[in-house]
Design a protein around this ligand. Structure first.
Ligand code: HEM
Length: 204
């Protein structure tokens, strides 16, 4: 997997600051997180994932590169979690300000953010605070993601990235796409999740 490391490392390093900012808008790890926080989180993530996954699924270049967008979708998991909590997922507003996927490299950058977040999801699931722990296994399909298959799916994605991002220019494009994905997600989450105080305002 050495060949797979290089562009992924660029993506990780090139978005680390935005990952940190995104974390500030996901309040479900706060010790005092409530069920309402969790519902808002699910609805907001559904509103971003559903239309963006549609875009990835319709992308011919991604399909040709071997990225099975349909099998990787997690919007249905978000919808299932909302349903389990008695909320109608169809009521969640959808984001219309999505990152652009004008090249395969950009689309891979977008996909990197959604795919990489499956790794973080498992971490979040393990760290849920006491008020939300009881939801585990009942309304945590999204955080569970592909479960035991998470690692192998991530490695398969890494192989696609390594195969397709073979020039510094393509890597730059991918990082651009990934950054745009984070920025638009943060803009989308900011008014929809509990405020974190002054530092959050400065960070976003
Ligand atoms: C409280 C919120 C979050 C926490 C605590 C968190 C935590 C983590 C952790 C621990 C990892 C590394 C997992 C591993 O290497 O096994 C990770 C990876 C990642 N997360 Fe998050 N995350 C959060 C939110 C998000 C959000 C909202 C997104 C974007 C949708 C995101 C995107 C990513 C990506 C792209 C990676 C892969 C990084 C890489 O290795 O290249 N995360 N996250």
């Amino acid at each position: 997997m050495t060949a797979a490391r290089e562009p992924l490392r660029r993506l990780k390093d090139g978005t680390a600051d935005l990952h940190q900012q995104a974390e500030l808008h996901v309040r479900i790890l706060d010790a005092d997180a409530t069920l309402t926080d969790y519902r808002h989180y699910l609805a907001a993530m559904l509103g971003y994932h559903a239309p963006l996954e549609d875009v990835l699924q319709a992308h011919d270049g991604l399909r040709a590169a071997g990225f099975d967008a349909a099998a990787r979708r997690r919007a249905p998991m978000l919808a299932a979690d909302l349903l389990a909590l008695g909320d109608d997922p169809r009521g969640a507003p959808r984001c219309t300000s999505l990152p652009s996927v004008t090249s395969l490299a950009r689309a891979l950058g977008v996909a990197y953010v959604l795919e990489g977040s499956t790794l973080g999801g498992r971490y979040i699931l393990a760290k849920l605070p006491p008020p939300l722990v009881r939801l585990r296994g009942r309304a945590t399909a999204f955080l569970t993601g592909h479960g035991a298959e998470t690692g192998s799916r991530w490695r398969a994605f890494a192989a696609i990235v390594a195969r397709e991002l073979v020039t510094p220019a393509a890597e730059d494009e991918a990082v651009f796409g990934a950054r745009e994905t984070f920025v638009r997600l943060i803009d989308w989450l900011a008014p929809r999740t509990r405020a974190a105080g002054e530092s959050l305002q400065e960070a976003s």
